[in-house]
Design a protein around this ligand. Structure first.
Ligand code: ADP
Length: 268
């Protein structure tokens, strides 16, 4: 059992929430972005850290294509990070009421080789301290898929308020998500629940949910015993709008999918 008390608490940040998944492509970044904006819409002060160095897609999802406002020189030696004056820190971008920072700004858009796992942990640590997050009610961290770095560094060194797991209904995704659940439990990070994404298709004609994955996924206690925070249907509009930088809670604020996100934000 890990000693939570030895972990560092981030000053001026109410809750640090991590969004993880076992597999890539299940909609983890989509959930992180829409959840962050939904929370901001309630009046909360929200930051979003895109920690997925293998596929930093959040900048594109909110319409940021360039490495604006962030320079790698701004990443400082650890010893100096805490004492930085606010004006010397890296300024996050403000989009849709959310303060945003991405590891993608530091590794180059078309860099073929991802940083080594250890470097990822260090990069996250530095971004947590070197970015001028200001006062936040929530900092949401979009993690890469899997259970290695930077997850291990974050869980070991920081007081995380909770983890949300994103999965699809498919057994192949659920198996890997169950592994992520086990990792968070081992590291004594509270798990707030599971978001099931791509759970059926919302028929554009009749508005009914069409189930597209078989409902015969094997029972998995690690997942099934956790609270189900919401089921998000596949929505073709979400893809096209999302690729253009308009998250669904912005472009279709009254849609059923946006309602699911506001329901999830009310539970955390
Ligand atoms: P991950 O972060 O798990 O790799 P993403 O959030 O980047 O996954 O999603 C992968 C792709 O699937 C993106 O193009 C995204 O727009 C799309 N997508 C995610 N969730 C949905 C959904 N509910 N409906 C339609 N498209 C979705």
């Amino acid at each position: 059992m890990h000693q939570r008390s030895r972990r560092e608490r981030l000053e001026h940040i109410g809750a640090v929430l991590v969004v993880g998944s076992g597999k890539g492509g299940v909609g983890k970044s989509t959930v992180s972005v829409n959840l962050a904006i939904s929370l901001a819409k309630t009046g909360a002060r929200v930051g979003l850290l895109d920690g997925d160095a293998y596929g930093p897609s959040i900048p594109m999802m909110v319409g940021v294509r360039k490495r604006v406002g962030a320079k790698s020189e701004a990443i400082l030696p650890l010893a100096e990070r805490r004492d930085l004056a606010a004006e010397k820190k890296i300024q996050p971008l403000l989009r849709y009421g959310v303060k945003l920072m991405s590891v993608g700004f530091f590794i180059g858009e078309e860099q073929a080789v991802a940083p080594l796992p250890d470097a990822l942990g260090m990069l996250m640590r530095q971004l947590l301290f070197s970015v001028n997050w200001g006062e936040l009610d929530y900092l949401i961290i979009d993690l890469p898929p899997g259970t290695s770095e930077p997850q291990a560094t974050l869980c070991r060194e920081f007081e995380l308020s909770g983890a949300l797991l994103v999965t699809t209904p498919q057994d192949i995704a659920r198996i890997d998500t169950a592994k992520a659940v086990t990792m968070f439990q081992r590291m004594s990070v509270p798990i707030l629940g599971v978001v099931q994404n791509m759970a059926g298709l919302l028929c554009p004609h009749c508005g009914q949910m069409v189930e597209i994955f078989p409902s015969s996924a094997e029972p998995r206690a690690q997942l099934d015993d956790l609270p189900l925070l919401g089921r998000i249907p596949l929505d073709p509009v979400a893809v096209t709008n999302g690729d253009k930088g308009y998250p669904i809670v912005v472009s279709l604020a009254d849609s059923p999918v946006a309602m699911v996100f506001s329901d999830i934000s009310a539970q955390i």
